[in-house]
Ligand binder design. Structure first.
Ligand code: XMP
Length: 327
């Protein structure tokens, strides 16, 4: 039986040696819990599920079945990185499902933010459950639950997403090998397991993905403009030493066009909003002071490289009054 609660006197894991000790302990616990049975994991490519995957691959290898659902709302290069790291490098048993059309068809014409979220969450569970049913002999479900999730659900702050709302008839025993860790410890363990730094230290990314950064009804062309502008912003933050420093940064492309000029012709196109914020608890946030020169360079790149964008704006709004995301 895995350790359920974080021991009061547990030292914070900060060094590779501490991480190695934790990994060894967990590998033994996982093997004891799972035996020769199969374990299923929804692998989003986020920090927690990636570290859980790497731990389970080390402990039980091919007995782990990872399912990566691409809902079409991931950032540029993300599904490719999951395949490269887990299938090609770690030799994981990885099922990759490109469900882009399914999600975007369901979302077509839907402009209410909460309805969009519900469709994305509901469809995700449906796709995952379908893949789970195709697998024989799964008895366990692995999850990237971490210690703050447990504390927050105990304190009634948010419901713990246990078993992610799978259908009633799908009952699995849970495997939660990082449930006693804080986020910073999960990252240290992830690096010790050989995961890329960019994966382990990536900025927070919402479950509904770029869907909440394409306000109103999502269209494929505007979603592509969000994805491409986000990739440019990330590249520039990386190059300019802001990537590990700024908490969260992204672009938003609202469904609104304005007049501009491209190649000496009238260009009636979208604007792209850049948002970059810092926070400690996400309840409040302040705006990053990006240099004028860097903002001009980012604007130049986005307006010239991303089809459909003729203006770039910077969001100066702290939280409150704005939330981090636009929807
Ligand atoms: P807000 O917009 O509420 O965002 O100020 C606070 C943090 O939460 C993230 N966020 C989400 N994460 N599902 C998620 O997994 C969601 O629906 C969602 N909405 C917001 C947001 O990116 C920020 O880090």
């Amino acid at each position: 039986m895995a350790t359920d609660r974080r021991p009061e006197n547990m030292e914070r894991i900060v060094t590779p040696a501490q991480a190695e000790a934790f990994i060894e302990e967990q590998v033994a616990e996982i093997r004891g819990q799972v035996g020769d049975k199969k374990v299923l994991l929804a692998l989003s490519g986020g920090v927690d599920s990636s570290v859980v995957a790497a731990l389970l691959i080390k402990a039980i290898g091919q007995q782990l079945v990872c399912v990566h659902v691409n809902h079409g709302l991931l950032r540029k290069g993300e599904p490719e990185q999951v395949i490269e790291v887990f299938r090609n490098q770690m030799k994981a048993n990885l099922v990759y499902v490109d469900a882009t059309d399914r999600f975007l068809d369901k979302l077509a014409g839907v402009d209410d933010p909460e309805t969009k979220r519900k469709i994305i969450g509901g469809e995700f569970i449906e796709v995952f459950a379908e893949e789970a049913r195709k697998q024989d002999g799964i008895e366990f479900l692995a999850q990237g639950t971490i210690w703050p999730d447990i504390l927050e659900s105990e304190n009634g702050i948010k419901a713990h997403h246990n078993a992610g709302g799978l259908p009633e008839d799908m009952k699995f025993e849970l495997v939660e090998p990082v449930r006693i860790l804080f986020k910073d410890e999960v990252r240290v363990v992830g690096e010790a397991l050989g995961l890329p730094h960019s994966m382990v230290y990536r900025q927070p990314f919402p479950g509904p993905g770029l869907g909440v950064r394409c306000p109103g009804a999502i269209t494929r062309d505007r979603l592509e403009a969000v994805r491409e502008s986000d990739a440019i912003l990330r590249e520039e933050f990386e190059k300019n030493g802001l990537a590990g420093k700024v908490w969260q940064y992204f672009t938003v492309v609202p469904d609104f066009k304005s007049t501009g000029i491209k190649d000496d012709k009238r260009a009636f196109e979208w604007c792209c909003i850049v948002r970059a914020i810092n926070t400690t608890d996400v309840m409040t946030a302040t705006v990053e002071n990006i240099s004028y020169d860097l903002m001009c360079h980012i604007t130049d790149r986005i307006t010239h490289e991303v089809p459909g964008i003729n203006r770039v704006l910077y969001d100066f709004t702290p939280k409150p009054t704005g939330t981090v995301e636009f929807e």
